[in-house]
Structure formats: structure tokens, C-alpha cells
Ligand binder design. Structure first.
Ligand code: MF3
Ligand code: CO
Length: 275
């Protein structure tokens, strides 16, 4: 039976090759959790400025998530000890808020996962602190553009590798490199569902995409070599060569037509929350 043509699957037929297909009711909830995640990310972006410590940013994030009635999807996940991930300059992902002070010209990757009404919304963006140099800005632009090219490939006639290829070709064509050790993922009631969505072509991860799948696409791009290592805190991932790194992420719904970006910040939060 081919489920791929259906807008949403009927109850009881909601997995294809182990990948969850969201029902219309589930998508309503998912839209609201993603809208909260998107708004919180925007609020953090507006808050960031030179002179703050990353711990102050984490505390602000916690307040905003709470104010919207959500919960951090990261706090406590595999014992993760903060509300959001804050990764500065050579830090790639999973950075822990702490005493590090933000300076003008730094870049900071902010990853926000929110649990709301039983579903997760996951998104990330790298911000310049006040402003940044042209080399850093080019890294941000290429990484963000790679995310949108990946999203454009998230269509039911495609496979996961089509997303991966779109991201990798663009990033490497611009002289940067994609991180191999961390990948995007299906997202829904839990943060990490099938399939894995690498930012490089991996023939082992060649699942077909189907309408109704919700996936987090998240290129992590290094200005230098692709290698990373984990600091002694057990979480913070940094580039091996000390080069800058950027990270952009959206939660996306595969549809019969254009992919729908569920963590688009302009989503009408108040409308979605009462739906
Ligand atoms: N967006 C990241 C991911 O999808 C965030 C996970 S951070 C963790 O893996 F702390 F929760 F692990
Ligand atoms: Co994610």
C-alpha cells in the first residue's frame, strides 16, 4: 500500500518503514510546540548583547519558555544540565551556559527545543553578538542558506540523502565543511525519532520521505576542517582546529507540495495556542 500520497495517514497506518507519519490532530499540537520554540529563539536573539554571560542567556531562555507555558526539551535529556544549548565561536553545538562573557564580534549558536502540549519543537540559529566580521558573516550566511536548500529537498518524491546532498554540496562548494558526528532527526512526541538526517551523503541513511513526516534539519558547518571533539564538561562540542562553527535548524513538515517550516517565527502563536 502506498501511503505517500495521503495528506495525513488514517489512525493505525501511521508509520512508514519505521518513520512516524503525523495525523492531522498531532500536527495541530506539533504546530503549536514549534511556534513556541520559534518565538523563544527570536526572543533570545533580541536579548543577546555584548557583556552578558552565557549563563544569563540560559536563564533568560528558561524564563521565556516558562512564560509561554512550555518546558525545555533539553534539560534532563541524557542529563543535559541547561535549558538551551549556547555555543560560542569555535563551539559547534551543545555548549553549556556558564561564566563565559559575550564580546562584540562573537558568534553564538542558540539551540532551542521546547516541549509543549505533548510535542517537541526544535530550532537553532547562530547570531552575531552586536555584529561580526565579514568572514564570520559569510559562515552564517552559507550555513543558513544550506539549511534552506536542505528544506527545499524535503519532498515526498525524495529521500533523506537528497537533503544531505543539497546541504553538503552547497557548504563544500563555498569552501566550508559539514560536521559528521551530529545529524538532524525526526521529531515529534520525543526529540529524536527516525530518520536520522545527516548533513553529508551517507548511503546507509537513505529512507524515503513521506507526506506527514516531521524532521529537524540542522546543518552544523565549520569554517575550517570538519573534525570536532568534546570538552571535559562532557557536552560542549568544539572544532578540532579552533575554527568558527555555525548551526541553523528548523523543524519541517513534509507535504504533498512545498515543505512547511513549522518553526517559522512569524507563525501566529496566540492563534495556534488556543486552537
Ligand atoms: N537540537 C539538538 C539535537 O537535536 C539538541 C540536543 S541537546 C541535548 O540533538 F542536550 F538535549 F542533548
Ligand atoms: Co535537533
Amino acid at each position: 500500500m502506498d501511503f505517500s500520497r495521503k495528506a495525513v495517514c488514517a489512525d493505525g497506518f501511521d508509520f512508514v518503514a519505521g518513520i512516524k507519519i503525523k495525523t492531522a490532530d498531532e500536527l495541530k499540537l506539533m504546530r503549536s510546540s514549534c511556534a513556541v520554540a520559534a518565538v523563544v529563539l527570536e526572543e533570545i536573539g533580541a536579548f543577546i548583547r555584548p557583556g552578558l554571560t552565557t549563563m544569563q542567556v540560559d536563564e533568560f531562555a528558561a524564563e521565556q519558555i516558562k512564560r509561554h507555558g512550555g518546558k525545555s526539551a533539553f534539560l534532563g535529556y541524557r542529563k543535559y544540565p541547561r535549558h538551551v544549548c549556547l555555543s560560542v565561536n569555535e563551539e559547534v553545538v551543545h555548549g553549556l551556559g556558564g561564566g563565559r562573557e559575550l564580546h562584540f564580534g562573537d558568534i553564538i549558536s542558540v539551540d532551542v527545543g521546547v516541549s509543549y502540549r505533548g510535542f517537541i519543537g526544535d530550532n537553532a540559529r547562530t547570531f552575531a553578538v552586536g555584529g561580526c566580521g565579514v568572514a564570520a558573516q559569510r559562515l552564517l550566511d552559507v550555513t543558513e542558506q544550506a539549511l534552506y536548500l536542505g528544506i527545499a529537498a524535503a519532498r515526498p518524491e525524495n529521500r533523506v540523502t537528497d537533503i544531505s546532498r543539497a546541504v553538503q554540496d552547497f557548504v563544500e562548494g563555498n569552501g566550508f565543511s559539514v560536521v559528521r558526528e551530529f545529524v538532524g532527526h525526526g521529531v515529534g512526541r520525543v526529540m529524536h525519532e527516525e530518520p536520522q538526517v545527516p548533513n553529508f551523503v551517507d548511503r546507509k541513511m537513505n529512507d524515503r520521505l513521506h507526506t506527514g513526516m516531521t524532521i529537524a534539519i540542522e546543518p552544523m558547518v565549520n569554517a575550517g576542517q570538519p573534525g570536532v571533539k568534546i570538552l571535559k564538561d562532557g557536552w560542549t562540542v568544539v572544532t578540532q582546529d579552533g575554527s568558527l562553527s555555525a548551526h541553523f535548524e528548523h523543524t519541517v513538515l513534509v507535504t504533498d507540495g512545498e515543505p512547511e517550516i513549522l518553526t517559522w517565527p512569524a507563525a501566529k502563536l496566540s492563534k495556534l495556542k488556543v486552537a
